[in-house]
Design a binder for this molecule. Structure first.
Ligand SMILES: Cc1cc2nc3c(=O)[nH]c(=O)nc-3n(C[C@H](O)[C@H](O)[C@H](O)COP(=O)(O)OP(=O)(O)OC[C@H]3O[C@@H](n4cnc5c(N)ncnc54)[C@H](O)[C@@H]3O)c2cc1C
Length: 579
């Protein structure tokens, strides 16, 4: 079928729903989502939204912006960080007015807690900045925004997986989607298209990310010739449940939880004497890996799979039950322990993509020659760039509600002045061909998709993980190239039409392979250490040569071409980073 809208939003997570809400003020708007919106990964966000409300400690948006820039190891675009932290305050009150049930102080104000890297007065001491609804903040955001979208007559197409974007030169014309229930291919024509497809942590073996986080939006745009920004900066969260990667929110440390090695030592005293366990995530993940590799992990044999303890037993049962009830539940379910009485075994887990689709501060997709017409991106799949080389905890939810909203507002204006898109009758041709190619397979015997998936995750985890070096990244690049080749020979078992989740899974795997290649190649190219990109062979940050964003383009022949973009350092001079 063919549908026609003013605006199509791809993705029903926090960024997509906020953009849809704003766009629908003037535009006939559809949300096309491969999941039911309430199942989006935003719903898993536990810890909170950072905003300098100053309800508990004295705070200022300017301090929030500074922490964001410093936390991002000065690769952050500073004007964007200023917008983020100024607008965060308004956005949190807006969500409160729309019905979000925040946790409260005894006086009835929105309560706030500490999070890594958030400080008062430019690094003086940790500040309580994260606004939260127990440990279910993201879930509450989705509920709040979804009901507002329904009220605004946004049309929802659930379990429709977008597989291609329609471009006429530099102007967008719509998207092509595959309907899970029927296997039908649909064309959505639109004057404006926003990608809000979330993260791509599934490229790593141990990850906090949901199964659906396969980076479809960035991969679709990369294949359309749009470069991806700063893909080498992938964040490992320090505290995933050992072996599983399921997230233990930083909120546990925000409430006073302590990391300990096998000797019971609070080892963060040696790595970040001021902020201790609440140093930024890149530093804490490296500290844990160093403890493990030097034999102070819990099993103590220096293997990469060793772990450390996150101890919350001293907080008392009442605090654990009131402030981190879901974490308590996870620990009981997956580990058969109660965090009120036993320490949690944790290790770093692949968590968040700082890089992605390059945009300006209105969410418009940009490359070296300027903005594309009508094409937008927001949320984790986008790179504004407010997270630079390392995102601070709570800043992703802020990113969704600040830049999702701004993109929606821009779309609402943009569609007023633009004509209906011109879309050729065979606009879905490329998508059909791609799906037919997968369905029919190029070669009889085919490869094993599950095996390709797991080899991709292993090479990315082992070779493009917390610590990197040239040899390992070269292995990752060539492994992924080989897996892409193998992928072209796979043969699905289910060739039917109804509920063919296998075909959709294969399309997702192909997306992850493309993004793994862009990530590994961008990482290998950057010969310095900065934020989450930490190289043994180039251990120092090198501002003279590398204070620049990477723009990596996937060519038709499967190579990666790299260009660069300046970083906006208009407010603060880059300084060495100590905590
Ligand atoms: C366990 C966990 C806890 C977190 N906790 C916090 C926290 O406390 N604070 C914080 O700031 N950040 C947190 N984060 C990060 C933050 O939650 C995410 O970065 C953010 O929610 C991403 O939102 P999004 O709207 O960009 O994407 P998502 O919420 O992931 O939504 C993506 C949407 O895109 C749709 N989609 C994807 N591909 C397609 C396709 N091909 N076609 C159609 N639709 C598609 C999906 O259906 C989905 O609706 C956490 C992340 C995780 C994994």
């Amino acid at each position: 079928m063919t549908y026609e809208f003013d605006a199509v939003i791809v993705g029903g997570g926090g960024a997509g729903l906020y953009a849809a809400l704003e766009a629908s003020q003037t535009a006939k708007t559809a949300v096309v989502s491969k999941l039911y919106p309430m199942r989006s990964h935003t719903g898993a966000a536990q810890g909170g939204i950072g905003a300098a409300l100053g309800n508990v400690d004295r705070d200022r948006p300017e301090w929030h912006a500074f922490d964001t820039v410093k936390g991002g190891d000065y690769l952050v675009d500073q004007e964007a960080a200023r917008i983020l932290s100024d607008d965060a305050v308004r956005a949190v009150y807006d969500l409160e007015n729309r019905g979000l049930p925040f946790s409260r102080t005894p006086e009835g104000r929105i309560d706030q807690r500490r999070f890594g890297g958030h400080t008062s007065n430019f690094g003086e001491q940790a500040v309580k900045r994260s606004c939260y609804a127990a440990d279910r903040t993201g879930h509450m955001i989705l509920q709040t925004l979804y009901q507002q979208c329904i009220k605004n007559d946004v049309q929802f197409y659930d379990e429709f997986q977008v597989v291609d974007v329609i471009m006429n030169g530099r102007t967008v014309g719509g998207v092509v989607a595959f309907e899970l229930k029927t296997g039908e291919i649909h064309t959505f024509k639109a004057k404006a298209v926003l990608f809000a497809t979330g993260g791509f942590g599934r490229m790593f073996r141990i990850t906090s990310n949901a199964h659906a986080n396969t980076g479809d939006g960035p991969a679709i745009l990369a294949r359309a010739g749009i470069p991806m920004e700063d893909m080498e900066f992938y964040q490992f969260h320090p505290t995933g449940i050992r072996g599983m990667g399921i997230l233990i929110t930083e909120g546990v440390r925000g409430e006073g939880g302590i990391l300990r090695n096998k000797d019971g030592e609070r080892f963060m005293e040696r790595y970040a004497p001021t902020l201790l366990d609440l140093a930024p995530r890149d530093m804490v993940s490296r500290a844990i890996m160093t403890e493990v590799l030097e034999g102070r992990g819990i099993r103590g044999d220096g293997k990469i799979d060793d772990f450390v303890y996150l101890d919350a037993t001293h907080l008392g049962r009442e605090t654990v039950e009131a402030k981190i009830p879901d974490i308590q539940d996870f620990c009981k379910t997956y580990l058969a322990i109660d965090p009120a009485t036993a320490a949690m075994p944790v290790q770093p887990t692949a968590h968040y993509a700082m890089g992605g689709i390059p945009t300006d501060t209105h969410g418009r997709v940009v490359d070296g020659t300027g903005a594309y017409n009508g094409l937008y991106a927001a949320g984790e799949c986008a790179c504004v760039s407010v997270h630079g080389a390392n995102r601070l905890g709570t800043n992703s939810l802020v990113d969704l509600i600040v830049f999702g909203r701004r993109a929606g507002q821009h779309i609402a204006e943009f569609v007023k002045g633009s004509d209906a898109p011109s879309v050729s009758p065979d606009a879905d041709g490329a998508a059909r061909k791609r799906i037919d190619r997968i369905r029919e397979a190029r070669n009889g015997d085919g490869g094993n998709p599950a095996d390709i998936y797991s080899r991709m995750q292993s090479t990315m985890m082992e070779n493009v993980g917390v610590y990197r070096d040239d040899d390992r990244m070269a292995v990752a690049v060539s492994d992924v190239q080989a897996l892409r080749e193998e992928f072209s020979f796979i043969k699905p078992q289910d060739t039917g039409t109804d509920f063919n989740a296998e075909i959709l899974g294969l399309l997702e795997l192909e997306n992850l392979l493309d993004l793994s290649l862009l990530t590994a190649a961008s990482a290998k190219n950057r010969t310095e250490s900065r934020g989450a990109h930490s190289r043994r062979d180039y251990p120092e940050r090198n501002d003279d040569e590398w204070l620049k964003h990477t723009l990596a383009r996937l060519t038709n022949s499967g190579e990666v071409e790299i260009e660069y973009k300046d970083v906006d350092i208009s407010i603060w001079e880059p300084k060495p980073r100590t905590y």
